[in-house]
Ligand binder design. Structure first.
Ligand code: FE2
Ligand code: FE2
Length: 162
């Protein structure tokens, strides 16, 4: 009998996969059409948006009435920062004459933000996914994790925060 991975494990694996996509882009030497060499970054940003979506829509609402209220507010603020950094990165990519050094610098700053965010989210929030979310919410989350997509036009709660 195989044991099902916990939700905390599944979401932690997503953190690592997103980091790895951005790191792969940082390590690659720029060449050829931007669309090609930036592919790992574009994929990582799509995965990060989906990850933020599922946390804000399927996880945080289940946990925010209680001792996690303050930590969740911090998480929402940091998601907003990531969201704006992704928008800026995409603008650079779309401009056609993207400066590779500037892109790499922006990615390093994104990796720092992610490391700081994940180092709090994993120990503070994630233990509650399996312990404190009701069974129905857990099953909705598991279903989404299996191929769910961020709805078109969705923006995170603090996307526009100053
Ligand atoms: Fe998060
Ligand atoms: Fe996360």
């Amino acid at each position: 009998m195989t044991t099902q991975a916990t939700l905390a494990e599944v979401l932690t694996v997503e953190h690592h996969a997103i980091d790895e996509g951005i790191e792969k882009f940082v390590a690659a030497s720029p060449g050829g059409p931007v669309r090609e060499w930036a592919a790992p970054l574009v994929d990582a940003m799509e995965a990060l948006r989906r990850h933020i979506y599922l946390e804000e829509m399927l996880v945080f609402p289940q946990l925010r009435n209680g001792p996690l209220m303050m930590p969740i507010m911090v998480m929402l603020n940091e998601h907003g920062q990531m969201w704006r950094q992704m928008a800026a990165l995409e603008e650079q990519l779309a401009s056609g004459d993207a400066d590779p050094d500037a892109l790499v610098a922006a990615c390093r700053s994104m990796l720092e933000l992610l490391a700081d965010h994940n180092s709090k989210e994993e120990p503070v929030i994630y233990p509650h996914l399996d312990a404190d979310m009701d069974e129905y919410s857990q099953s909705v989350l598991r279903e989404f994790l299996d191929g769910g997509r961020t709805p078109d036009g969705w923006e995170c709660a603090r996307a526009d925060a100053a």
